[in-house]
Design a protein around this ligand. Structure first.
Ligand code: ADP
Length: 600
């Protein structure tokens, strides 16, 4: 009982949420459709009542002028009602299309916005990835479910009116109708639950199928697919899963279909029985032919209303989980506290890491252990260490993608958590080793780092020049307006790894920041290009701060402060000359590289 009560309140909650969402997306469309739907519920009943009157007039007519006039007027009214009904249906379809389009876009946009707002840490978890994918894939179904909620209300109203009409003429009749539909309803709801349970049980299998199709459809794997002739293998994987799932699904559907075929005869038998009784009472003179037609129409409305309520309910029950998952996704909260209110306005400030320790989630290994250092925002700092020693993690903490688990980071003498996120990040520009490629034009790809200045053509060209990307972009036929992909148009250009990297560096240079972060920005560049990037940066951006990460120590040996990390511990810190004197890890690495280059 308690469970049923909870189920009903959950269900009502879902309906309210759907209605609120439809209203929120467009109050105008909502009101228009509500009026049209009310109309479309009432009009069929008006037609049934009028038809009864017409039949009664015809049966009792005595060829008098008044009877003919009445018949004519009623026929015209019936015609007007029928035309109106059709007009309402067509207009409703038009507004339904508009409302659906808007709802689809708003739903998708809300998911996009939420995903963009959440902390980077969410993207570390595969469970979150699944949630994002689920929310994105199911977004059109959210609209579908919201429409089902509206339909449920509509058919419920239709059923209620028919129920009351039947009740007035024969109090037991509507209850018997409802009872006759109960077995069908129970089976249909069970069917939806079983299919939903089936889908959940085999979700990972469906994801495997999705992955198989992505492998063949995406550009990323296109080369491997061809060179290794991977199609037969992937296709077999795809079809094997499908065959297994199909056989199981078919078995479930067949069983329920047979049961429904049997049970759906019950309401029809009930209707036939009542019609027979009605017919008898017409023959015996208890009721008129008009009454017969009226009750026949009302019975049809009761049954169709009931069927539609059940089917909308069943579909809504199916969509319930989707709506719940969608709401859960939109309700996710960032772990980074964004309640800092201060603005970091000055462009010159001290940055200080004080006893910072960090790990990617509790239970995970410590990545940074008690790290302390400080530098001025106008200085060049280099982070040195083997792969996995925690260099990029320091950068991520600096940009507040994550907060330290222990210790504090200060900027301008205050804990960075006291500032708004935006005001901290505004001071930085960064290019990471796993930089992103965008299928936009050259101009857009560069100015993405500060889209408000996209119109500053000279600055875009300057950034391209500083990163060395102008050597190829200047040759593009549409120059800055060339798409960096052929996806949209044939004049687009496909870039090599090194060229993409130069575009990413140009993007970082375009932003007017106080501290530039270059995290191994040159992995895909040849030695000469890499040397040029660092040299240009040091020449052009004097007075600006930098955090540089590079395995080639010749690029960073001029830095004001070199921090050497080993397994998350800061083991050495100082200028190049100081560290060379210490003869520690840095000096050892430097000598190794110098010997290597001398050998070449
Ligand atoms: P570096 O930049 O020095 O190569 P990173 O700071 O990128 O090292 O990584 C340090 C360690 O943290 C590595 O062992 C890496 O596997 C781990 N790590 C990096 N990012 C994540 C993450 N998002 N989730 C869990 N571990 C991570």
């Amino acid at each position: 009982m308690k469970k049923a009560g909870k189920g009903i309140s959950q269900f009502c909650g879902i309906i309210c949420y759907c209605i609120r969402t439809l209203w929120g997306v467009s109050p105008k469309y909502f009101v228009i459709r509500l009026v049209l739907v009310c109309f479309s519920v009432v009009v069929p009943f008006a037609v049934i009542i009028l038809t009864r009157t017409v039949i009664n007039v015809l049966v009792g007519s005595n060829e008098s002028d008044t009877a003919i006039q009445l018949f004519f007027m009623l026929s015209v009214l019936l015609l007007v009602l029928n035309i109106l009904n059709k007009a309402v249906e067509t207009t409703n379809t038009y507004y339904e299309g508009l409302q659906r389009d808007k709802m689809d876009t708003v739903t998708k946009h809300r998911i996009m916005k939420k995903a963009a707002e959440l902390d980077l840490s969410f993207f570390d978890s595969s469970a979150f990835y699944n949630e994002v994918n689920d929310a994105d894939r199911n977004s059109p179904l959210i609209t579908f479910t919201a429409f089902q909620a509206m339909d449920l209300i509509r058919y419920f109203a239709q059923f209620t009116i028919a129920f009351v009409c039947l009740f007035q003429s024969h109090p037991m009749m509507p209850f018997i109708f409802v009872l006759s539909v109960v077995p069908c309803t129970i089976v249909q709801i069970k069917q939806v639950e079983t299919i939903y349970g089936f889908q959940r049980q085999y979700m990972s299998e469906e994801r495997k199928m999705q992955y198989a199709s992505e492998l063949l459809l995406s550009r990323e794997f296109a080369k491997d697919v061809r060179i290794y002739n991977m199609f037969p293998f992937i296709s077999r994987k795809f079809l094997d899963i499908w065959n297994t799932l199909f056989a199981k699904k078919r078995k479930i559907s067949l069983w329920y279909t047979k049961l429904l075929l049997l049970l759906s005869a019950l309401p029809e038998l009930t209707a036939a029985f009542f019609l027979f009784l009605l017919g008898l009472s017409v023959i015996q003179g208890g009721r008129t032919i008009g009454d017969f037609s009226f009750l026949q129409g009302i019975m049809a409305q009761t049954l169709s209303g009931l069927y539609m309520v059940i089917s909308s309910y069943a579909q809504l029950a199916d969509g319930k989980m989707r709506i719940q998952n969608y709401r859960k996704f939109l309700g996710l909260k960032s772990k980074i506290r964004a309640d800092g209110t201060l603005e970091l306005k000055e462009s010159s400030f001290m940055v200080e890491f004080k006893n910072v320790s960090f790990r990617y989630g509790s239970g995970q290994p410590w990545i940074l252990k008690n790290v302390s250092f400080s530098f001025h925002s106008s200085q060049n700092v280099a982070l040195v260490g083997t792969n996995g020693s925690g260099k990029t993690t320091i950068v991520k903490l600096l940009l507040r993608f994550y907060d330290p688990e222990e210790g504090q980071i200060f900027m301008g003498g205050r804990d960075i958590r006291e500032y708004t996120l935006e005001s901290v990040r505004r001071h930085f520009s960064a290019v990471f080793q796993d930089y992103s490629n965008y299928a936009f034009t050259v101009r857009e790809s560069v100015s993405l780092s500060d889209a408000s200045r996209a119109g500053e053509e000279e600055q875009v060209i300057g950034a391209l020049k500083n990163s060395g990307a102008d050597s190829f972009t200047a040759r593009f036929p549409k120059k800055l307006d060339t798409y960096l992909t052929r996806r949209y148009d044939e004049s687009g250009q496909e870039l090599s790894g090194g060229q993409w990297q130069k575009i990413a560096i140009a993007r970082a240079f375009f932003r007017e920041a106080d501290i530039y972060i270059l995290d191994e920005p040159s992995a895909a560049l040849d030695a000469q290009s890499e040397d040029e990037v660092f040299r240009t940066f040091q020449e052009l951006y004097t007075g600006k701060g930098a955090v540089l990460i590079s395995h080639r120590l010749s690029n960073i040996h001029l830095s004001d402060l070199i921090l050497v990390l080993e397994q998350g511990v800061l083991v050495e810190a100082g200028r190049h000359e100081e560290l060379m004197k210490v003869k520690g890890i840095y000096a050892h690495m430097y000598h190794l590289q110098a010997e290597k280059y001398n050998c070449l």
